[in-house]
Structures are given as structure tokens and as C-alpha cells.
Design a protein around this ligand. Structure first.
Ligand code: COA
Length: 305
């Protein structure tokens, strides 16, 4: 560890950061490969702050990374990993502590992350740092549209209408990747989104936002009025399907406490993965313990471990 230093992630070029992510995730439980375009998309959509994120260099070579997203008083770990040859030397722990300290310095109160329920290496690391399981998130795929319930129709709407409806009627929080901040970034970056309303008895009972790309529908938001989820959810799912989306509909990180969750699960979707949604609450002056990261400088030399 003598030659290991932590540097802000904007001190290495995008191709090097992309290569580092791919090497760190090379033996991940799910296939994970990004190109520079996907990396740029993630940085932009998820408000990942390269200057506050950290890269570990061993003798000048990038060996680990922790990407930090910032939105006001909330932060998100948008990816973290250590290359296989650099593991079990305390680097994952040190990188996490460094970005948590940066979040704290920026006034953050809560740091969020998702971790695959099968990730036996990362879960103990996060628990040790004080992250707690909040709820389960499912990555689901529906091959075919459900039947639209009788008496429910759908019509197109605007993104702003869906966001306002969601603000008024949402009962469970969306995960970081699909919450309003991400939707606004997609709109800013010119991504085409489709907005739909479900109507029953002359009233709007639900609204949804989705995107069609790479042969599949991605569900971004689906919110229904209290007591109307059983009507609105299938109707909005059915309306989102398109013949060109031959790979069906994917819903990334549907929270188990979302009113749509039991309805979608009853449609027997393929469950690609389940994740723990985890949160670390930062209180003023809370210490991370004996491995506390030093106050971040432009370059930080790590203590021997
Ligand atoms: C998870 C990961 C980042 C850990 O990095 P690391 O540098 O090896 O972790 P550290 O050496 O700092 O270990 C810190 C703690 O994590 C836990 N941990 C790390 N590797 C572990 C393993 N193979 N089995 C069980 N616990 C493990 C332990 O609690 C460990 O503390 P200890 O060494 O005192 O027992 C690394 O395995 C990795 O990059 N995996 C692939 C990418 C990934 O899964 N990223 C997380 C996405 S959510």
C-alpha cells in the first residue's frame, strides 16, 4: 500500500476511468461493460461528481474507484470497485470512506447505494461502514403486455404532467437512477421520453413515463392514485409496449414498497436481479471509526494497513 494514493476522479481521463470501471467489474455477478458513451451518460444522468469521486492509484496505475453522485443533502454511490489484483488490501474500504467524507463536506445527510443481494464481498464492506438495508429493489423484465383492465383507457401526456402527478401521489420514493433529478437530466440531454395517463371513470388514475431504446421499453416512473394501482398499472404497462421493443419491458430497481410491485410480480416477470437499497445517515460530527479517511487533499497518500 506504500505507493497507493487517492486522487479525484477528474484527474484521470475518461478512457482511463472507463477502463478502470470495466476492470474493477470484470468478475461482477452480472455482465457489466461500459464504453465511453455509457460512462458519459452515467456521469451526466446521475449527477456523478468526478471532482468529488475518488480513484486509487498504485504506483501511478488506477486500481480502484468510487463514484459519488450529489443532489443537495443526498448522495449516491454510482459505482465502486477495485481491480481483482488489488483486492483485500483495504482499498475498497478506504475509497468508500474518502467519498463519504467528501459527501459530508458538501453538507450531505444521507448516502444511498444499491448492492446485488448476491454480492457477498460488497455487502459486509457497506455494513461495516454503517449502511443499513432499507428495502429490496427488483430488476424485472416482462416479455408481453398484460391485459388492460376493463373500463380503463390510456392517452398521451407530457413529462411535466407525469412529474407533477408523481410529486402529488407517490407513496414510495423512486431510486436515484429513476427519480426526478435523473428524469430532468434526460430531458436536458435530449432523450426522447414517452408520457402516458390512465383514465377511469373520467378521472386520471395513474401516469407513467418510459423510454424506448435498444429494442426494449424501460419503465422510468409509474404512479397511481391510492386504491387504483390494480387498474392503472396493467393499463400503463400495456400502453408502453411497442412492436419494435422485441425484448419486452424492463423495470430497473422497482422498490418492494411501491404499489405497483405486487401487481407486476403477479404477472410472473423474469427477475434479472434483486438489490438491497442501503442508506448511511450522516449526522454532524459522526465519525467513521478507526479507519477514518484523512481530510481529502488533491492527492492523498494512504496510511499503511
Ligand atoms: C467489493 C470490493 C469493492 C471490495 O474491495 P476490496 O478492496 O477487496 O475491499 P477491502 O480490502 O477494503 O475490504 C473491506 C471489507 O470488505 C469485506 N470484503 C471484501 N472482500 C470480501 C470477500 N471476498 N469476502 C467477504 N468480505 C469481503 C470485508 O468486510 C472487508 O474487511 P476485512 O478485510 O477486514 O475482512 C471488490 O471486491 C470489488 O471491486 N468487487 C467487484 C465490483 C463490485 O462488486 N463493486 C460493488 C458494487 S455494489
Amino acid at each position: 500500500m506504500a505507493d497507493v494514493t487517492l486522487v479525484p476522479a477528474d484527474s484521470i481521463e475518461l478512457p482511463a476511468l472507463t477502463a478502470l470501471m470495466n476492470e474493477a467489474y470484470s468478475d461482477y455477478d452480472l455482465p457489466m461493460h461500459v464504453d465511453e458513451g455509457a460512462m458519459r451518460f452515467m456521469l451526466s444522468t446521475f449527477d456523478l461528481d468526478r471532482a468529488e469521486s475518488r480513484v486509487a492509484l498504485d504506483g501511478g496505475v488506477p486500481v480502484g474507484v468510487a463514484l459519488l453522485g450529489l443532489r443537495g443533502e443526498r448522495a449516491w454511490i454510482g459505482g465502486m470497485g477495485v481491480v481483482p489484483a488489488g483486492r483485500r488490501r483495504g482499498l475498497g474500504d478506504t475509497l468508500m470512506k474518502a467519498v463519504i467524507e467528501r459527501a459530508r463536506a458538501r453538507g450531505v445527510r444521507e448516502v444511498w447505494l444499491e448492492v446485488l443481494t448476491t454480492n457477498a464481498r460488497a455487502i459486509p464492506l457497506y455494513e461495516r461502514l454503517g449502511f443499513r438495508h432499507v428495502r429490496r429493489l427488483d430488476v424485472l423484465r416482462l416479455a408481453a403486455p398484460p391485459a388492460t383492465p376493463e373500463g380503463v383507457s390510456t392517452e398521451s401526456a407530457t413529462v411535466e404532467q407525469v412529474l407533477e402527478f408523481a410529486r402529488l401521489h407517490r407513496r414510495s420514493e423512486e431510486p436515484w437512477q429513476r427519480e426526478e433529478g435523473s428524469v430532468r437530466n434526460w430531458v436536458r440531454d435530449g432523450l426522447a421520453l414517452e408520457a402516458t395517463a390512465a383514465i377511469r371513470g373520467g378521472r386520471t388514475i395513474g401516469m407513467a413515463l418510459h423510454r424506448i431504446a435498444a429494442g426494449r421499453v424501460s419503465m422510468l416512473t409509474l404512479v397511481s392514485m391510492p386504491g387504483q394501482a390494480a387498474f392503472a398499472t396493467p393499463a400503463l404497462l400495456a400502453a408502453a409496449f411497442r412492436p419494435e421493443a422485441e425484448q419486452g419491458l424492463r423495470w430497473l430497481n422497482l422498490p418492494q414498497d411501491d404499489a405497483a410491485s405486487p401487481i407486476v410480480l403477479s404477472l410472473a416477470p423474469e427477475c434479472e436481479a434483486s438489490q438491497h437499497d442501503m442508506r448511511l445517515t450522516l449526522e454532524n460530527g459522526t465519525s467513521l471509526g478507526r479507519h477514518d479517511a484523512p481530510q481529502p487533499q488533491r492527492e492523498e497518500r494512504l496510511p499503511e494497513r
